[in-house]
Design a protein around this ligand. Sequence first.
Ligand SMILES: *[C@@H]1O[C@H](CO)[C@@H](O)[C@H](O)[C@H]1NC(C)=O
Ligand SMILES: *[C@@H]1O[C@H](CO)[C@@H](O)[C@H](O)[C@H]1NC(C)=O
Length: 484
Amino acid sequence: MAHRAPLTALLLIFPRRSVFKYVLYVISVFITVATASTNDVFSASHSVNAATARARDIRYLLYDVNPPEGFNLRRDVYIRMASLVKTLRKDGDQDWVLVLPPWGRLYHWQSPDIHQVRIPWGDFFSLPGLQANVPVLEYEDFIAESGGPFVDQVLVLQNYAEGWTDGKWEEKVDERPCVDKLMYSKDKQGYYRGWFWGYEETRAHKVMCMSAQGHASILAPVLQGNITVKSVMLDRAETVLHDHYAGKDYWSTRRSMVFAKHLRFIGDEFRAKYLNSTDAGDHTVYNEDWTRMKAELGSAKGGSYLGVHLRRKDFIWGHRKDVPSLKGAGQENPYPDEKAEVGQELEDLKRMLPEMVQFEPTWEDLELLKDGGVAIIDQWICAHARFFIGTSVSTFSFRIHEEREILGFDPKSTYNRFCGDQEKECEQPTHWKIRWSLVVPSRGQGRQRSDRQEQLSAASSPWNQPEAAQVQPHLCLPAQQGWG
Ligand SMILES: *[C@@H]1O[C@H](CO)[C@@H](O)[C@H](O)[C@H]1NC(C)=O
Ligand SMILES: *[C@@H]1O[C@H](CO)[C@@H](O)[C@H](O)[C@H]1NC(C)=O
């Protein structure tokens, strides 16, 4: 018996066989993983004692995102934070490490009866992959390494209460009174309590609000100069923008977000079994050492099926004009009960397209993979389709675009979306062309390597060093913000 969360998204896959037959692949939402941190090399090899840490001046950057934001926007915020850490490491002598905020409690992850908090990044992504871009640490390893479940200082990022002064945009950051109600409160011992990814024992020594307007790296001088404590957490990290959206550094970080091996494996098995799709046949040979993966644009052929991400639920409930109905234009909503609507649509689709296929996890699979893992498997399958159609302004679709860009698909096969029933001008998604950058091995940089860097190298491989961070004061308004 298959288990799926209430649908917010549908992924449809139509294999093209001899005659025009369809197999449809339907996804609900964002599902996850529980166990099997096969790539958790880092935590295994990890132990710096406090004295060494101090001598090397290790500092930890933690962050979190506005709770309603979904999995795929959070992946976007990771890119901004990785960029900030690169700036911090480049500009100063401090050995900054990015602490990965555990996954869980996400709005879209609604599978009932599945434990979905305190999920480490290693359940979804390859840690050696991430570390080859920037030093990262799972939260539990941070607790072990830094001496306990304490965050020295939380900076709650916010916009300026007064907005843009004189209608003029300028980049700035200032300590300010909190605009919104503070989500942290003092306990009897004088520590701050709040949401720390479900780690109830975690406390903060200090909390302050900081108004920030601009790209992520405008925070670097404050973190290096004004604040001297060892661990700093940026809450509402989505407040700051990309240093350079779709620039080289963006793409390096994006490429480093290699899906965990077991998820790719399950996706590949599904492709082979139901869609006759293999990497060799489809010209999508993958190298999990992302620094060596450089597919020519247009080289990927993809499996002979159509991958579709048709987002439902919150998008249709929001009455968005750029999202189609399944029934077509001009009809009254045939489903008066909104909650039943998506499930009903799925049933209708199955009737209309009997050969539609879907990765349907059993309850046991779901417990293991979780909503996030199933979302990744769905994305992986869609990323290998010969042709993909997504939903307008959906970060779920954006992440598939990027994955296909990395695999080397012709942009014509990727940057397509459904149009709303009434939409006259149906603008198609932007092609954000991949920008390659050379990953420079750290030994060549003439800089003394820290213990951590040595460890990272030992933990993954010699190519394990961030490229010189490319930070430009380039403003990019996050068009996708707010849409999971
Ligand atoms: C950081 O310190 C500088 C110099 O002391 C000061 O001008 C600036 O206002 C401080 N910034 C913040 C955000 O506290
Ligand atoms: C599967 O794909 C291969 C080529 O990759 C093709 O030769 C074969 O006929 C396909 N099988 C089916 C059942 O479609």
